[in-house]
Design a protein around this ligand. Structure first.
Ligand code: NDP
Length: 323
């Protein structure tokens, strides 16, 4: 495994980490989740990503249980949560968003479900147009001073808002955002490569990027239709299916060109797509998703590809997948 600093902070995260979205507490059972965490840990993964909204809190519960069950040393791994979408099945106005109240309540609930005394990383899962940014910055700073959170950040915030949060923090001598969690893969590059470009030097921003396979599209598994055992076959994820496959065939075509080039190079598409994300030095860690241990083991091979392939090959992949 390779380890990278989370932006300009001193925290060293494994370049590949494991996320719980769709899978933990929903698509897979507890024993599969346990095997995934154990396998990731055995391969050097030290960061496990979660959110209050994943399976209404059940993903955090399962992750907390299996990490405790595996007796991972608390000083050897990092765990995250995210606040915004809420975890209650019937969400009342105070049970979602980024108000001081919900940020505090959601953090306390995540600590209980994950069975830890602090969250290493805590994200504002989306911007909240109904809460002043300053209120959220103060709330996050309070959690850090209380020892409940070590680093806070954002997820899918526009650069302007991240900069505003950092400015508020600087003015009032508060802890500012350390990292952002954006989508990043060969089919979605602009935000990480262009919009956030000035923020890396300006704020020392780190990134924990998600959906490196575009929800599996870059494995080529959807070329002949959606397999019955894949996430896109789940009726409640019809919205995700529409967004992943697109409506004009363009994303499927670009993914098809990528898979053909992977075959020509003689490498499996999944680790290749993941390794490409790691060629960007502003990526602190790539969050992997897996519904089976065999997928995770294949994806962890991305680290070896990173050293094996050259600049010209990465540029060919970009050309093949461009719109
Ligand atoms: P990916 O794009 O890597 O998709 C993972 C899924 O693709 C797996 O669950 C599996 O789905 C399929 N897959 C993975 N590897 C293989 C393989 N080798 N062969 C075939 N199929 C494979 O990542 P995710 O979308 O899951 O995102 C990763 C993490 O990022 C999440 O768990 C979460 O922590 C975070 N995230 C954050 C978001 C945010 O807003 N901040 C949003 C989304 C994710 P299946 O078997 O069902 O087909």
């Amino acid at each position: 495994m390779q380890y990278r600093r989370l932006g300009s902070s001193g925290l060293q995260l494994s370049a590949l980490s494991l996320g719980a979205w769709v899978t933990f507490g929903s698509q897979i059972g507890r024993s599969e989740a346990r095997e995934l965490v154990a396998t990731a840990w055995d391969h050097g993964v030290n960061f496990f990503d979660n959110a209050e909204g994943y399976a209404n809190g059940a993903a955090e519960q399962v992750m907390g249980d299996v990490i405790a069950d595996l007796r991972l040393p608390r000083d050897g791994y990092c765990v995250s949560s995210k606040v915004f979408f809420g975890a209650a099945a019937d969400r009342r106005p105070t049970q979602r968003g980024l108000s001081r109240k919900h940020v505090r309540d959601a953090c306390d609930a995540a600590l209980k479900r994950l069975r830890v005394e602090h969250l290493d990383l805590y994200f504002c899962h989306r911007p909240d147009p109904d809460t002043p940014v300053a209120e959220t910055v103060w709330a996050m700073d309070t959690l850090i001073r209380q020892g409940k959170v070590l680093y806070w950040g954002t997820s899918e915030w526009p650069a302007t808002l991240i900069r505003e949060a950092a400015q508020i923090a600087r003015t009032h001598h508060l802890h500012g955002p350390t990292m952002e969690q954006p989508e990043y893969n060969l089919l979605k590059r602009a935000r990480v490569e262009l919009e956030y470009a000035p923020l890396y030097a300006e704020l020392g921003l780190g990134t924990t990027v998600w959906s490196p396979l575009a929800s599996g599209l870059l494995t080529g598994k959807y070329t002949g239709g959606v397999p019955a055992d894949s996430r896109l076959a789940q009726p409640e994820l019809a919205w995700l299916k529409r967004s992943v496959l697109g409506d004009d065939g363009d994303r499927l075509t670009r993914a098809g060109r990528f898979v053909a080039l992977a075959a020509e190079l003689g490498v499996a598409p999944a680790p290749l797509a993941i390794a490409w994300c790691l060629t960007n030095p502003h990526v602190s860690t790539v969050l992997l998703g897996a519904s089976r241990t065999a997928q995770l083991i294949e994806n962890l091979q991305a680290i070896e590809l990173l050293d094996r392939l050259d600049e010209a090959t990465w540029r060919r992949l970009e050309a093949a997948t461009s719109a």
